[in-house]
Write a protein of this length. Structure first.
Length: 143
């Protein structure tokens, strides 16, 4: 899916839904990386976006949909000098899991590469809200 854009070619938003599978996570990571580049992020910034989105989506696949398949939804837009990304699922919600197959490093890792990070989970489903600083003056500056 291509991002919606302004007449000058600078994308203003991106939204897509993927299956909760490893290939769905990969497609999400690739497409949001392309959007981040169009929004003005340099190579390092795009790498941070890819890492955080991959962690958020993989957490949903492993934890939210451990008993069944589902979908991953992503929304991204430029707001001032930040790229805002939200990854959401409609799975079982955020809850302690003593049998977790992970090391518990995903959320601290996401927080370390973002300027703002928040997890919202109320019962069913979880949203991971992330903000990334755009270089220079924002879209189109490509530093």
């Amino acid at each position: 899916m291509l991002p919606a854009g302004k007449p000058d070619g600078v994308p203003i938003s991106f939204e897509a839904t993927y299956p909760s599978t490893p290939s769905g996570v990969g497609a999400m990571r690739r497409e949001v990386a392309a959007f981040a580049g169009l929004a003005g992020m340099g190579e390092d910034g795009v790498g941070d976006v890819q890492l955080a989105v991959s962690e958020a989506a993989t957490n949903a696949v492993v934890h939210a949909y451990r008993a069944s398949d589902g979908h991953l939804h992503i929304r991204a837009h430029v707001e001032g000098v930040e790229l805002i990304v939200v990854v959401e699922d409609t799975g079982s919600g955020l809850a302690p899991r003593p049998d977790s197959p992970g090391l518990g490093l995903g959320m601290p890792l996401m927080a370390s590469v973002t300027t703002r990070f928040q997890v919202v989970s109320q019962g069913k489903g979880t949203e991971v809200h992330m903000a990334f600083a755009l270089p220079g003056d924002g879209p189109g500056t490509h530093v």
